[in-house]
Design a protein around this ligand. Structure first.
Ligand code: PLP
Length: 282
């Protein structure tokens, strides 16, 4: 595997970053996960918009243009002969003097990893995934804005540990007010009486690229959708639930805290949305 490191492609064994890099020392950086369908990066500009916004929010001035990054992403794909893949682009603040001050970081570190990926297995979409509402709360925007896709991922990792212990694939994180926020790597949707509901951005969540696409698809197809805060007890009376992310696309969530959601099978509206979404990827 060839990795894009700063400005060149290097073999995986040679893709080394300093132990003094602030990404390693503090998780001081930002990242994006992108999906490639038949050689085309899906909604590349939306991901890069978010990357630049995340970087700006942590006072990290990216020394690359959007075009440079797009070229680097495609070069990495090409060098690894990949057609269906995921790409992980990370930028750290680079090496600095010891200590927290962000001054004196002359160059950020850019890495791009590309791996073959053609989606999760069909049987997962047929059965849906199990989720669990966990105790770990989503970090509040007043502490670290969850809209920033930062390398600081421990909040999500701790939540995922809880979910795994509860035999669930995804954790449902609440915000500090007890409303449903998001998954560890996904945004959450529920369906009740034909209306789709998803937490608003003000619930303290990542503005998921897939979330936005799904909301637009729902609107375009005349399916009612509202962005409204809700408590987790609404899951018990929901007809359907699903999560969205670049890698999950639209994944049914058929059990929460060991209880079946609706019939316990992926719902028909979820299937409709998945089909609409997949039409965009072919
Ligand atoms: C915390 C969190 N929420 C939501 C998402 C979904 O975002 P996207 O649809 O842009 O992949 C992710 C993606 O990794 C995430 O980490």
């Amino acid at each position: 595997m060839l990795i894009f490191l700063n400005n060149s492609l290097v073999p995986e064994e040679a893709a080394k970053v300093s132990v003094l890099d602030r990404g390693f020392l503090y998780g001081d950086g930002v990242f994006e996960t992108l999906r490639v369908y038949s050689g085309t990066i899906f909604h590349c500009n939306d991901h890069l918009d978010r990357l630049f916004q995340s970087a700006e929010a942590i006072y990290l001035q990216l020394p690359f243009t959007r075009d440079y990054l797009i070229e680097a992403l495609y070069k990495t794909l090409e060098a690894n002969h990949l057609n269906d893949a995921y790409l992980r682009l990370s930028v750290t603040r680079g090496v600095s003097e010891p200590g927290l001050d962000i001054g004196g970081c002359p160059s950020s570190t850019l890495t791009i990893i590309a791996k073959e990926f053609s989606g999760y297995p069909d049987n997962l979409y047929q059965s849906g995934i199990r989720a669990a509402v966990v105790n770990t709360r989503r970090i509040p925007a007043s502490a670290l804005n969850p809209a920033i896709k930062s390398l600081n991922f421990l909040n999500n990792i701790m939540a995922r540990v809880e979910a795994t212990r509860l035999n669930a694939a995804e954790a449902i994180m609440l915000n500090m007010e007890g409303y449903v926020a998001e998954g560890t790597v996904s945004n959450i949707f529920m369906v009740k009486d034909g209306i789709v509901k998803t937490p608003p951005l003000s619930a303290g969540i990542l503005n998921g690229v897939t979330r936005s696409i799904v909301i637009d698809l729902l609107k375009e197809n005349g399916i009612p959708v509202i962005e409204q805060a809700f408590y987790p007890n609404e899951f018990y009376t929901a007809d359907e639930c699903f999560v969205t992310s670049t890698l999950y696309e639209v994944m049914p969530m058929t059990s929460i805290n060991g209880s079946a959601v609706g019939s316990g099978q992926p719902g028909s509206l979820t299937q409709t949305i998945l089909n609409l979404f997949r039409r965009l990827t072919t």
